[in-house]
Design a protein around this ligand. Structure first.
Ligand code: HEC
Length: 112
């Protein structure tokens, strides 16, 4: 019974933290899952092997969010490949994806 009570307290504290810090609400694990489709081009660790495909590892979160929203909207960014990739993404997907790619160590030329 004591365990159940501690779980309740922990869960409540966690919920409050999430509400008071919306910028930390993004889910890296969910982002990693959603990112599987991206890895074919952007690399499993966010280091692209394909000419013309940018690295995403360690990229700024807000920058990734605004880039994906721009591809989805098709106004400022009109790349057809990325427009296709961004079209099905929800705002939550975009937040999670951005948190995931940002969480990886920045790509360097030494990294494979
Ligand atoms: C078929 C290959 C391919 C796939 C799959 C792909 N991308 Fe891209 N991505 C590209 C290319 C090519 C560009 C450069 C487009 C341009 O010039 O605007 C790009 C650009 C981007 C950029 C802009 C980076 C910058 O530095 O401005 C982001 C962010 C991005 N992709 C995220 C994603 C995410 C998230 C996914 C998965 C949901 C994904 N991409 C899947 C090919 C791909």
């Amino acid at each position: 019974m004591i365990h159940i009570k501690w779980w309740a307290v922990t869960a409540a504290a966690f919920t409050i933290t999430q509400i008071s810090a919306p910028t930390n609400a993004a889910d890296i694990a969910a982002g990693r899952k959603r990112a599987e489709v991206c890895m074919a081009c952007h690399g499993e660790r966010g280091k692209s092997e394909i000419p013309g495909v940018p690295n995403l590892a360690g990229q700024d979160r807000d920058y990734i969010v605004s880039a994906l929203k721009a591809y989805r909207a098709g106004t400022e960014r009109t790349n057809p490949t990325m427009a296709e990739m961004a079209k099905p993404l929800s705002d939550a997907d975009i937040d999670n994806l951005s948190a995931f790619w940002n969480s990886l160590s920045p790509a360097t030329t030494a990294q494979k």
